[in-house]
Design a protein around this ligand. Structure first.
Ligand code: ADP
Ligand code: MG
Ligand code: ZN
Length: 628
């Protein structure tokens, strides 16, 4: 297409010039009529009469109804050579004819040739036609140039930004650990494959399914799997692609999308990150956003505009269902909400199995152990973990991934890149005491998770780290457990203070204190675990969604607010004292552990417990599965 437009344009320019000349001269009727008799020299009418009188004219041919004459005359001054001259006559004069007859001159009259007239007409038309055609192509071309002058005229016509994939290549087998969501969506596949089974009993097929869950849990993957299983076209578009600078473009994209989908039904429309368009209307600072609201309105209208039985199912994904417009969530639009959550230990195992398919693992590796080590990891985290391990293996020039690489990869995914070891210095000693403080208290308190390892190798933002064994899916957390966590978290600062004194404590405890405060505050305001009694004073702290949440923030009086603060302070002070006491009581073993830590950089949990147990009683914590 493109090439031929350009060729036409290129050729039309010279044609235009040629056409112009034809138009000007060659095709004009008078010239054509005279054919080969064309005379180049003109002679005035008066002169012609003189020649006639003098008997010098031999032949006269009349053209154009007697208005033009080609005259052959003898020129005595040029050795009687015959000249051909053209004479414009003043109209058709019978007078002239009779004079020619009298003088016995050979004369003839020639009619206007029809063929010539057609050519003449064409000649007259060619130039304007070419002009119009060339202008048309010039305009077309310039409007195809991105950002060209024609672009502004074009913005309303949306380009199809959504992509249609007939085969996504993803099957339900490629998704694991989200069994409930999978089951729910398997039903959607049945809707698409055997709609009659449902319509026969009068069931209305749902129009929309909303996948809700944190990032990386496999929402996009699930949507692709549905398309792959159902074997229908899959239109995918991201919510942000509807949002445009020009008002109305997003809405026209929605229209285009649904139009295409209807042509290809049965099919699936997948709108990823729908919160970009589907936000509560009229919300946010400064009121609504016209463009987004028009787009959303169009989406709502389109969703109402077709029956579920047409075979279009809309799947949308979001990790912020709280900001979605309530109109989107009412029955008849996204009737079904499917929660896709971070997987449990079994789910993680099956996700690891999927992603280990194409990796070379050494025999010693137990995917189960990895699954146990990684609570809270999403599918994307696990995929990333195995990939990091494979990269490390390649870097270390090993044949297959070993547990060593896996462990390093977990540390890296959780805590960031490993830094260079600290130089021996007073600050390294202080960090050693800080970490051993966390680890010792975690070991000595019955309710706390056991230490997995203590290290002075910096990682990410942290200068040193104490890893505790993850406690898998125990669900409910008791008051004693939260207090244990607060005490261990503040144990780093407690060690700094007891050993180096008030003046030497560092900013290294900043993060710890933030966690401590947040845990204590939640005990008071959400879980009713303080002297204020069993009251819920705050809902879960999430990002404030301005315009909706701002109004309902403060649920208690100022008096209660100061009592909350007092309770939080009491809890933290109590834990801090407890921690300082434990550090003082175990000074000897702490000194030994810090020396060992500075020498070895890392102490693992078993060795740590072994050393501590030589000095004091270490409680058994059998609920925790040790890591291989
Ligand atoms: P999101 O929920 O943010 O849309 P994605 O579906 O894009 O997450 O997941 C990103 C990647 O993580 C996938 O391509 C896949 O490799 C991996 N992944 C996530 N969840 C799963 C899962 N449940 N099973 C297998 N792989 C998963
Ligand atoms: Mg996604
Ligand atoms: Zn700390």
């Amino acid at each position: 297409m493109k090439i031929s437009w350009r060729t036409i344009l290129l050729w039309s320019l010279p044609a235009l010039v040629i056409g112009f000349f034809f138009w000007q001269g060659a095709f004009s009727p008078t010239a054509v009529n005279m054919g080969s008799n064309t005379a180049s020299t003109r002679m005035s009418y008066g002169r012609f009469l003189d020649y006639l009188e003098a008997g010098r004219v031999t032949t006269v041919d009349l053209y154009d109804g007697g208005r033009i004459a080609i005259v052959e005359a003898v020129a005595p001054e040029l050795d009687n050579r015959v000249q051909r001259l053209r004479v414009d006559l003043p109209g058709n004069s019978p007078d002239l004819i009779s004079r020619l007859r009298e003088a016995n001159i050979n004369f003839d009259s020639h009619p206007i040739r029809n063929e010539g007239a057609i050519w003449g007409l064409l000649g007259n038309l060619i130039f304007p036609v070419l002009l119009i055609v060339s202008l048309f192509f010039l305009f077309r071309r310039s409007s195809n140039v991105p950002g060209g002058p024609g672009q502004a005229m074009n913005f309303g016509k949306s380009k199809a930004r959504f992509s249609m994939e007939a085969k996504t290549g993803v099957m339900f087998d490629d998704v694991a650990g989200v069994d409930e969501a999978k089951e729910e969506l398997q039903e959607v596949v049945t809707f698409l494959k055997k709609p009659e089974r449902f319509t026969a009993v009068g069931a209305r097929i749902p129009k929309g399914v909303l996948l809700v869950g944190p990032p990386g849990t496999g929402k996009t993957l699930l949507a692709k799997a549905i398309a792959g299983e159902a074997g229908v076209p899959f239109f995918s578009i991201s919510g942000s692609e509807f949002v445009e600078m020009f008002v109305g473009v997003g809405a026209s994209r929605v229209r285009d999308l649904f139009k295409k989908a209807k042509e290809n039904a049965p099919c699936i429309i997948f709108i990823d990150e729908i919160d970009a368009v589907g936000r509560q209307r009229g919300a946010g600072i400064g009121g609504g956003n016209d463009e987004r609201e028009q787009t959303l309105n169009q989406l709502l209208t389109e969703m109402d505009g077709f029956e579920g039985n047409t075979g279009i199912i809309i799947i949308a994904a979001t990790n912020r269902p709280d900001v979605l417009d309530s109109a989107l969530l009412r029955p008849g639009r996204f009737d079904r909400q499917v929660t896709v959550d971070a997987p449990d230990v079994k789910g993680r195992l099956s996700i690891l199995e999927i992603h280990a398919r194409n990796k070379k693992l050494s025999d010693e590796i137990s995917l189960e152990a990895i699954a146990r080590r990684t609570p809270g990891f999403t599918g994307a985290d696990l995929a990333n973990l195995l990939n990091e391990a494979a990269i490390l293996t390649a870097r270390r020039r090993k044949e297959a991934i070993t547990m060593l690489e896996i462990n390093d990869a977990v540390d890296r995914v959780v805590a960031g890149m490993e830094g260079t070891p600290l130089m021996d210095s007073k600050s390294k000693r202080l960090i050693g005491y800080h970490e051993v403080g966390h680890a010792l208290i975690g070991t000595l308190i019955q309710e706390h998770a056991p230490v997995q390892k203590v290290t002075l190798l910096p990682r990410g933002q942290a200068r040193g780290l104490t890893w505790f064994m993850p406690n898998e899916e125990q669900g409910l957390i008791s008051r004693a457990q939260i207090l244990a966590r607060i005490t261990a978290a503040i144990g780093g600062r407690a060690a700094e203070k007891v050993i180096f004194g008030d003046a030497e404590v560092t900013t290294g405890a900043g993060n710890d204190l933030q966690q401590v405060t947040s845990m204590a505050r939640q005990m008071v305001t959400r879980y009713g675990m303080s002297d204020l009694g069993p009251l819920s004073l705050e809902t879960q702290q999430s990002e404030v969604f301005l315009g909706r949440d701002l109004m309902t923030r403060s649920e208690y009086s100022d008096e209660i607010a100061s009592r909350i603060d007092a309770q939080v302070r009491t809890i933290i002070e109590h834990c801090y004292e407890h921690a300082c006491q434990m550090i003082q009581d175990n000074r000897i073993v702490i000194d030994r552990l810090v020396d060992l830590l500075i020498e070895k950089e890392t102490i693992d949990g078993d060795e740590f417990r072994q050393i501590v147990s030589e000095y004091t009683n270490v409680p058994e914590k059998e609920r925790y599965v040790p890591i291989v």
